[in-house]
Design a protein around this ligand. Sequence first.
Ligand SMILES: C[S@@+](CC[C@H](N)C(=O)[O-])C[C@H]1O[C@@H](n2cnc3c(N)ncnc32)[C@H](O)[C@@H]1O
Length: 493
Amino acid sequence: MSEAKRPGRRSGGAGRRSGRPDGQGGRGDRSRRPRQAGRPGSAQASIDQPRRAARDVLRAVRERDAYANLVLPKLLRERGIDGRDAALATELAYGAARARGLLDAVLERCAGRSIDEIDGPLLDVLELGAYQLMRTRIAPHAAVATSVDLVRAEAGPGQAGFVNAVLRRVSEKTEDEWVAELAPDASSDPVGHLAFRYAHPRWIAQAFADALGADAGELEEALIADDARPAVHLVARPGEISAEELALITGGEVGPYSPYAVHLDGGDPGLLDVVREGLAGVQDEGSQLVARALTLAPLDGPDGGRWLDLCAGPGGKAALLGALADIEGGRVDAVEPSEHRADLIRKTTRELPVDVHVVDGRDPGLEGGFDRVLVDAPCTGLGALRRRPEARWRRQPSDVAGLVKLQRELLESALKLVRPGGVVLYSTCSPHVAETVGIVTDAARRHGAILLDTREMVPGVPGLGDGPSVQLWPHRNGTDAMFMAALKRPLAS
Ligand SMILES: C[S@@+](CC[C@H](N)C(=O)[O-])C[C@H]1O[C@@H](n2cnc3c(N)ncnc32)[C@H](O)[C@@H]1O
């Protein structure tokens, strides 16, 4: 449940002006305030800046397949929206993008027609309005009236009247009441019920339940944590700045597990000098633990300092590995087939002992004999949905099979490139068992790789279950749901 504590009063200007957020009010409003809502530079325009920004983000996501978390910060900067207005725009854009399935089910019921039959630009505003009504404490009259204003300014009174009528119907029930009316029955379909309630596609909730296995009773907690806006995690670059110093500079808190992690409540980390100057980066604490685990894995024989990051773009883990290799006198080869992503690696690893190769990890043409190899495989990303608001509605179950094939081939390639007695760390930002345990048990069986107890490589992290692999969870660890498993290549191979 969102914690948007925006009092209705802030947006109440629009609400009060409207007086009657109903179909009749729509017409009456128009005669009293002709087109004022859309006039640039008017007081009205500035009041509605956050909602307009949120609406434009939803539109970019729908029309251009854009990523909300890339569009919004840029848009806020360009429009000079900051402070409480930026916080409101963020809450509304990300919240509505996350909750889309739930909102659309309610809107369908209230509109009496399929979502596909509603014009896209109208649907964006309806979702925004329904989100405010169901998941924030914004006063209902304000949520309805500001939505009507947004539509009237662009599409005229007819559409505004439709939005008014639909949102008034939405406002007649609370979120819990809508869930009780529309969700699958909890006793006959508990996973479907929880998926609906916490706005996840059912197949994703099922994938979480499968990954939790014997702990599937935690599914509700897992979905709640996945539905909440996460803290920003920063990584303090080893050798440049300590986590304690970074926390002091940024006003954040040192993370509980990674020695490099700092958590911030929110804000745009791209604006921090310490990030701009490259002393710190933005990286989930779980990802930091993955990179560190590779460096802590026990090898047979000495570490010759030849490390490989086989799926390195955009370079978050390569930068941490590069910094650690720099301290230990080692070197990292970073493989990435996409030219654009390879450029990003070059940027994040500037001045570090990292060599970037724009090649396919399945056949990179590199000389073997690496001591440590990271396979941070392309995956469904189901473990990082909380950081990508719209992603859960974009992914399809049919994506899994193709990724599993690629993951298997990349791990096989890594096991050839690592030296006997060396270690491959396989990781995904997905808990889907086909992409995690399925891949590493298959590799152990087919290539004779030895599965190590990976829990020992993430010291200090409690509740890691029976091993040997590690599955982190937002609801348990406050990290993304990263999976990692260390495999040793046998000496006689
Ligand atoms: C999960 S991301 C890696 C994230 C990265 N390790 C980091 O921390 O920033 C997976 C990467 O694998 C790359 N990739 C896709 N196909 C690949 C292949 N055949 N060989 C190597 N990398 C591949 C993708 O372009 C993507 O950049």
